[in-house]
Design a protein around this ligand. Sequence first.
Ligand code: NIG
Ligand code: FE
Length: 430
Amino acid sequence: MKTVDLLVHSAAQLCVIPSQDSGPQRGPQLGELGLIQDGAVAIAEGRVAAVGLTRELAGQFRATREIDARGKVVVPGFVDPHTHLVWMGDRAAEFEQRIAGATYMEIMAAGGGIMSTVRATRDASVDELVAAMRPRLDRMLAHGATTVEVKTGYGLETGAELRQLEAIVALDRAHPVTLVPTFLGAHAVPAEYKSRSDAYVDLVIHEMLPAVAEKSRTLGLARLPFCDVFCEDGAFDLAQSRRILEAAQALGFPLKIHVDEFASLGGTKLAVELGATSADHLVTTPPEDIAALGASDTVAVSLPCTPFGLEHCEYTPARALLEAGAALALASDCNPGTAWNESMPFVIALACRYLRLTPAQALVAATLNAACALGLGDRAGSLAPGYAGDLLILDVPDYRHLGYRFGANPVAMVVKEGDVVAVNGQAVYP
Ligand code: NIG
Ligand code: FE
């Protein structure tokens, strides 16, 4: 009998979430759970060794630790592929302004919005940034996120952007959640470059990108961070977005882009043309761009907390994206301006209602497809053998309670690479 580190067994339902041709579940095929009743999963050396029926695995493996998941549902850990977790301060006052009628873009044009968080964050040290992020990441973990992308973008000057990158890398090394860094120096045009946005784009291209590449090497990163741009009226136009992303690509950065959050500037087609790993937001995307995205390998990342957080009624046209064949993923967009939400189960609840995804579709979009949006589709987001031993035990009798219920945390236990790291809403890592 082979010995494994952990055997989770007797799950009422275990969702494997199989990949399709080693990639995401695309288009109308989205939602294949690989559901096993009375399921078990064996984890050895941090990875899934086997998955199947409890009676089969119990006869094959002796386990150092066993967890009885009777009456509960086991799913892969959530992957959150779009967050802005490195910030100081808050924007509660702007929330009140919006309730009184001001729009997000009006507040931004008046010098608030992203710039107000930049002012609060710019001078923070790496240690202060890590200390601000950690409790947020603990709450994300307690709600089931085991892999989280984090963007810089509240520095908007080289030194501050590099400190934010360093903080992300430091927290990744000190926390059980796997963090995937993204450089978002082009998040907003900082006040000191107002009406000189092309000069700021030059700074991003000629100073920041090489500095981020150099810093990534000194930090010992296995690969460069993603490079992202906020392509939007009032942020960076299409030509500026193209310049930044092409320069980043030439240096070897994989690409992401914020597109069609408010206005549609053509950023989705740019993402497809450049082979970006993902295009994110996708609210006002026109039919032609939906078709282009659907025919591409760029993952479509929807962030339903953002329209919800901004009290908007328009959401990602997810059904049209699926009909076009797109690989759809979900993320929290956790940030202090539009969407301070640390719960992927809440993202799923919104996606079921406003994107009209079934719970099965939303679950795949928040696991395997979200991993694909980070280029990690071969190692995270699934419980197939060889994938990371990252799983959740949900205190619900049926997977459809994800989405159906909201406002309380369904996650009873989080396992990261075979170790129990959160129990009943509390992170418990050493
Ligand atoms: O994805 N759109 C740009 N960035 C964030 C908002 C950041 C902020 O307001 O601080 C977003 O919604
Ligand atoms: Fe964002």
